[in-house]
Design a binder for this molecule. Structure first.
Ligand code: SMG
Ligand code: MG
Length: 373
């Protein structure tokens, strides 16, 4: 199969509430969207990049340039026999994995729609529903935190993740744990601490957490291995695991007890599935992280999370937790058992709301392959 045309869009889609981590605050999705077309079939993918280089090195602008100058031309010049071939097309690209992932997702979607297979079945997923939780950003004060968590618990979320940072860690965690003794609870530091904080972080062991996510540097594995020997709660790596090799290094060093897999962070679903398989072989559970995706990226995450070793709830909340209106006509809704239903329609199953998408699109370009001869 040869991709004949690629449409790229940048969007600005406001969140229902600002999202604040240990290091930055986001007000809207600035994702890059990729639409690929071949033989009259269309596939969509999302690169959930942020406005600034705060989560990782990529931004909405770097992805936009990479997509037009390199990634789209490389894909248009390639012959694809299966979605996994996209990883080989981009093997020469250093970094820029979120930008690459948007194209890879779009090709999976295209192949699924062309062959009538759901993304779940193409990936080898088994579950029809996947367990999910909600990620709660840093709040202005403890009262607000209790109200926000209480609203999510009332909405049916059975697992909550708290963003933490120095000065907003032990006390919020203690309070939420005391208020909801049976809640599945975990924390995420987004790389704000150092090994000097090891004794402080070990105090989190008192709160029966599922895991402590990415406490140390975004590109560290070695110090996390040292920290895991001091802290009893499983360390979960997010930012540090950008490829299957990084997962292998972390597993070999026993740097974590859990891995957060975001297919966008590792360049796509093929690499994500390799990490899943490697972790399963090592007896390390994984769960699907989130980048506040629209319905397009969310569908890829939900399909991935149906694989067997995704045994912890994902950061894949219902669409309404992020957006007043999504850019798909079939947004995900939360089931009463704190799950999302995995689509079984061909491809990702996301149906694009083109009219609304046009309203939130800030830039759009179309690239075509060179005609043969
Ligand atoms: O998609 O529900 C979601 C957000 C989950 O907390 C979340 N993601 O480090 O895991 C993480 C953060 C990164 C967010 S960057 C905007
Ligand atoms: Mg994280």
């Amino acid at each position: 199969m040869k991709i004949e045309q690629i449409e790229l869009r940048r969007i600005a889609l406001p969140y229902v509430a600002p999202f604040e981590t240990s290091g930055w605050r986001e007000l809207a999705s600035h994702a890059l969207l990729v639409r690929v077309e071949a033989d009259g079939v269309v596939g969509w993918g999302e690169s959930p990049v942020g406005i600034g280089p705060w989560y990782n090195e990529e931004t909405s602008s770097t992805a936009w340039v990479m997509a037009q100058e390199h990634l789209a031309p490389m894909l248009l010049a390639s012959e694809l026999n299966r979605p996994e071939d996209v990883a080989a097309v981009y093997a020469r690209v250093r970094g820029n994995r979120m930008a690459c992932a948007g194209f890879e997702f779009a090709v999976w979607d295209l192949f699924g729609r062309a062959t009538g297979q759901s993304l779940r079945s193409m990936l080898g997923g088994q579950r029809e529903r996947v367990e999910v939780g909600v990620s709660v950003g840093v709040q202005p004060d403890l009262d607000t935190l209790l109200r926000v968590v209480g609203d999510y618990v009332a909405a049916g979320y059975q697992r909550v993740k708290l963003k933490i940072k120095p000065g907003w860690d032990l006390e919020p965690t203690r309070l939420v744990r005391e208020t909801w003794p049976d809640l599945r609870l975990q924390v995420d530091a987004n790389s704000i601490y150092t090994l000097d904080h090891a004794a402080h972080l070990a105090k989190l062991d008192a709160y029966d957490l599922l895991l402590i996510e990415q406490p140390l540097a975004h590109d560290d594995i070695v110090d996390h291995a040292k920290l895991q020997r001091i802290v009893q709660t499983p360390i979960c790596l997010d930012e540090s695991i950008v490829s299957p090799d990084h997962a292998r290094w972390a597993l070999e060093l026993r740097a974590c007890g859990v891995i957060n897999i975001k297919p966008s962070r590792v360049g796509g679903l093929h690499a994500a599935r390799q990490i899943h398989d490697m972790a399963a072989a090592a007896g390390v559970p994984v769960w699907c992280g989130g980048m506040l995706e629209t319905g397009i990226g969310r569908a890829a995450n939900v399909a991935l999370a149906s694989l067997p070793n995704f045994t912890l709830p994902g950061d894949i909340s219902a669409s309404a937790r992020y957006f007043a209106r999504d850019i798909v006509t079939n947004p995900f809704v939360l089931n009463a058992d704190s799950t999302l239903t995995v689509p079984d329609a061909p491809g990702s199953g996301a149906d694009i709301d083109v009219d609304f998408l046009d309203q939130v699109t800030v830039e759009k370009v179309i690239l075509r392959g060179r005609l043969a001869g």
